[in-house]
Ligand binder design. Sequence first.
Ligand SMILES: Nc1ncnc2c1ncn2[C@@H]1O[C@H](COP(=O)(O)OP(=O)(O)O)[C@@H](O)[C@H]1O
Ligand SMILES: [Mg+2]
Length: 293
Amino acid sequence: MPVNPVIAGIGSPPELHDALLAAQYLADDDLSTAAYLALALGKPLLLEGLPGVGKTEAAKALASVLGRRLIRLQCYEGIDAGAALYEWNYPRQMLAIRQAGDDYVNIYKDEFLIARPMLDALQAGGNALLLIDEIDRSDHEFEAFLLEFLSDFQISIPERGTVRADQRPVVVLTSNRTRELHEALRRRCVYHWIEYPDAQREASIVMMRASSVARDTADKVVAAVSRLRAEPLAKPPGVAETVEWAEAATLLNIQGADWPDAFKRAIGVALKDQEDLSFIASRIDQIITGAAA
Ligand SMILES: Nc1ncnc2c1ncn2[C@@H]1O[C@H](COP(=O)(O)OP(=O)(O)O)[C@@H](O)[C@H]1O
Ligand SMILES: [Mg+2]
């Protein structure tokens, strides 16, 4: 099977793992394999997982590894094709018409066209990685439109004709799984569910991202975070919160606070929801130290 030129230089999942690591992203074997296959097969990569497990960051690291420009389409409730594809700059068109007086003016020139992420990615083609972030926030209609885009990699601008990608952009989609995505969309992609990292990997991520933190502190914070994630919280801490909690506790420790007090005082970095904080307030010491009640 011919190798997709997209991954020239990356010969296997372990090689992709190492390249991602050089871009400050520590992937596990399953993620390295899924991402490698998506690239090798020329398919979109669909990453699902809870908030904060590293989906968006994985896409950024991939873009960096491939030397591609990251073009991000952040989805939200009510997003429509206009916001995703292109819009005409209506005020500027009006102004041009007024300034032209009786002369003819072409108001469908490039200068009046505002490329939104999907058109931008088509035009950038082989130089782009298109990140379609948090698709679960959009509605079913937008998802159907995405599916069409991912089948053809072309869009039609009625006033201009069809825009096609010379080479396809690499596409990564993410979902926090607040709702189920359409079967047809999932079928088109290589799928991977990202879990929270295991303790060892999360401690390594902390050490990599926060150079001031001692290994012992990283291990302790990772254990505490894992106990927090086992609680029925509204907003369980993601990996970024683990890193920041370790940094914050380290800072307080340098200023004289001891463990576990430094962790306790910095809890607002890990938990950012008043109800979650009051829910665990009476057991905070146990959660931090792991000591039995
Ligand atoms: N595997 C990883 N390697 C390095 N850093 C990670 C990893 N996973 C998560 N992170 C850190 O956690 C932060 C949050 O991840 P993010 O990609 O924003 O989560 P998500 O998009 O899944 O909500 C990132 O900015 C990064 O600092
Ligand atoms: Mg994200």
